[in-house]
Design a protein around this ligand. Structure first.
Ligand code: PLP
Length: 363
């Protein structure tokens, strides 16, 4: 059976580099915030185009700490999308701020024109967490215009967009900070949890580093209320030594598979993604959409997953936290009822890709 992710195959490929990474940490004897985290942060920054990177414990923490570093807290409003991993909204709620949901377009990306219209009517929204969902980059120029016209502080949720570009520009170029995740299924996945905050401002970076480490600004000197959210040395060693050298290949393999799906799938009942001109997705996921009444049968036929079945404003947990939905998020809800994710991990072989295409076409 085709797996949504095949970590056993991945292990066969990178086993030696992973074992060498663990050996390096063990023989060095430093397990928290040592050289492995520092050198991984440097390598990721160089690869992605950031001067500062801080490894943290998860993508959720990366967003929350980024918002807190910008001063977001109780009483603030944060514009965001109703269609994402719940973590995007949870991070906002954890700061004490109120999420304000704006509907998506037909591909699941937050509708930037609607954001603009809402922001024109309201002067009380200072923060924005856009998500490059599925690895489809939002248009950076449109993000920049929103940021500048409305004086927004922006944290880009790049958990799914490592490697994604728009007219050559990587995601994360617009926000004051970008947040990413190394959850194992991500394009750059650890052997457990991890995340990072990426930025270009030294003062903000110092604040982020203090926040992730109990608010320490120097040893045993706590100037702000922080938390414990540090990327482990082991994860950093694994990511830098075993994964980063493979990342480019992994992303190009995802692109090959996406191209094969886009070319080979011909089933009028299945709507395929159509990234806009200039968009070069990282294809973290390959979403397709099918009429809600056929979805169960389609999923059984293919054994696939859904991202995401419930729009965030409809999650029960949000009955405990204030949020705003100024206009009904109808597109997001429709997508939640109709999305199915085809497998797209880099260890799928050509035969399996052809098998998925045949299965979709024969449905
Ligand atoms: C878009 C998005 N944002 C945030 C997160 C949270 O990342 P993590 O699972 O590392 O907390 C994820 C991953 O689950 C995600 O896909």
């Amino acid at each position: 059976m085709i797996q949504a992710n095949d970590f056993r195959r991945q292990w066969q490929d990178l086993r030696e580099d992973a074992l060498a990474a663990f050996e390096a940490v063990g023989s060095c004897g430093r397990y928290v915030l040592g050289e492995e985290v520092r050198t991984f942060e440097e390598a990721l920054g160089a690869l992605w185009g950031f001067t500062h990177v801080a490894g943290v414990a998860s993508g959720l923490d990366a967003i929350e700490i980024s918002l807190r570093a910008l001063g977001c807290g109780p009483g603030d409003r944060v514009l965001t999308t109703p269609l994402s991993a719940f973590a995007t909204t949870l991070a906002i709620v954890k700061t004490g701020a109120t999420p304000v949901f704006v509907d998506t377009d037909g591909m699941g990306l937050i509708d930037l024109q609607r954001c603009h219209e809402l922001l024109k009517q309201r002067g009380d929204i200072r923060f924005f967490v856009p998500v490059h969902l599925y690895g489809f980059a939002l248009a950076p120029n449109a993000l920049r215009q929103l940021r500048d016209e409305h004086g927004l502080m922006v944290v880009e949720d790049c958990a799914q967009s490592i490697g994604a570009r728009f007219r050559g520009e990587p995601t994360g170029a617009v926000g004051q900070l970008a947040a990413t995740s190394f959850y194992p299924t991500k394009n750059l996945g650890a052997m457990g949890d991890g995340g990072a905050i990426l930025l270009r401002d030294a003062a903000l970076d110092a604040r982020v580093r203090a926040l992730r480490d109990y608010g320490q600004t120097a040893k045993y000197r706590h100037d702000i209320i922080g938390c414990n959210s540090r990327l482990d040395e082991l994860q950093a060693a694994f990511l830098r030594r075993a994964c980063l050298p493979r990342l480019e290949h992994w992303i190009s393999r995802r692109r090959e598979i996406a191209a094969a799906y886009l070319q080979g799938i011909r089933n009028p009942a299945v709507r395929l993604p159509t990234p806009p001109d200039g968009s070069d997705p990282s294809w973290h996921l390959f979403p397709v959409w099918i009429e809600p009444e056929s979805r169960e049968a389609f999923m059984r036929h293919l054994n696939m997953g859904i991202h995401y079945p419930v729009a965030i404003p409809d999650q029960k947990a949000l009955s405990e936290a204030p949020f705003e939905e100024p206009h009904a998020c109808e597109n997001a809800r429709r997508l939640c009822a109709s999305e199915v994710s085809l497998p797209i991990h880099p260890y799928l072989n050509d035969e399996e890709v052809a098998g998925v295409i045949a299965a979709v076409n024969s449905f």
